[in-house]
Ligand binder design. Structure first.
Ligand code: GAL
Length: 317
């Protein structure tokens, strides 16, 4: 049995630490596909790595979806938070990226397309959406409509509708400010559950973690509720920063999995994932700590596992 141990790095089929920093995940034909920042050369770009898994716990390295090159992808630049959507009309995979200079002054969003989840992806360039700053990103899809979440320090966290080919930004849907009102949240993720939208984000504290928050709205255009905590106050979201949320549509239940990063600024490649069950419903979200746990991709059920020496006493929640 492969389990998820929050705060510990996954190992790939060759025993190497999995590089799924700032990860994005899609469920495609019975398998989870994930893309992450390969941080083995530190904070600047070397590659976007691709992995696949049957259960979000055991990972197979599938190759680099995008490698360092020239221009936006030159070594020494910043390429973060790969998020992939499958464009329904073309069936192609579109990858969204935070594209930046090493001093984070460029603040752009980049686009790449591929015919297979693992790529290779063809890089299509970057933009400042509707002329605005764009650093941390998230994505959301609903039928033919694709959306980009993008943090703009000058104005807040924007939700944009993408163009029909999902390779550009069409229009602004809504903008939210953090509860302290100084700017918007970053590292955004959006979930639609039970007729409500849940928008998650982190405060702007760089590699340091903070108490992440969420807001809800009946429609993407809002109105958005006040921001609330979803992990114990002062725990800094169990010492992690949200990156994405995976929805597991099982035969018995729909489960949500929070993907977070516990950044180690001096050893970024060793930053462990903090992935946990996220309970969402009735307008509330709550992150639940488990030392060792698993999600059944078929039924959607979550199982908590005791420490290894008591592994025979498994317990279902
Ligand atoms: C954070 C951001 C990370 C990374 C980091 C660099 O605010 O969420 O993705 O860019 O800053 O300091």
């Amino acid at each position: 049995m492969t389990v998820i141990e929050p705060g510990r790095l996954f190992r790939d089929q060759d025993g190497r630490p999995v590089q799924l920093h700032g990860a994005g995940v899609l469920f495609i034909d019975g398998r989870f596909w994930a893309w992450g920042e390969d941080k083995r050369s530190g904070g600047t770009f070397s590659a976007i790595a691709c992995y696949s898994s049957p259960d979000l716990a055991g990972w197979r390295y599938e190759g680099d979806a995008l490698s360092a090159g020239t221009g936006d992808l030159a070594p020494g630049r910043v390429v973060e938070r790969p998020k992939v959507l499958r464009h329904p009309a073309s069936g192609r995979y579109v990858m969204y990226l935070h594209i930046d200079s090493a001093d984070y002054a460029d603040a752009r969003v980049g686009f790449a397309v591929g015919d297979h989840p693992a790529g290779p992806y063809e890089y299509r360039g970057s933009v400042r959406p509707l002329g605005r700053l764009s650093r941390d990103i998230g994505v959301h899809a609903e039928g033919d409509a694709g959306y980009l979440l993008s943090e703009d320090r000058d104005h807040g966290l924007h939700l944009y509708r993408l163009t029909d080919d999902w390779l550009g930004v069409d229009s602004l849907v809504s903008t939210t400010l953090a509860d302290h009102g100084r700017h918007g949240y970053e590292s955004p993720a959006l979930v639609h559950a039970g007729g409500l939208y849940y928008l998650f984000g982190s405060d702007l504290t760089g590699w340091a973690t903070n108490d992440n928050r969420y807001a809800t709205a009946p429609a993407l255009a809002g109105p958005w509720s006040p921001w609330r905590l979803f992990a114990p106050e002062g725990s800094a979201t169990y010492d992690s920063q949200i990156s994405a949320i995976v929805t597991v549509h099982g035969t018995e239940r729909t489960s949500h999995v929070y993907l977070g990063d516990r950044w180690l600024p001096d050893r970024l490649a060793d930053s462990p994932p903090v992935w946990l069950p996220l309970h969402i419903g009735g307008g509330r979200a709550r992150l639940e700590w488990h030392d060792r746990w698993s999600v059944d991709p078929r039924t959607g059920s979550i199982t908590s596992h005791h420490a290894p020496h008591r592994a025979h006493q498994e317990e279902s929640t």
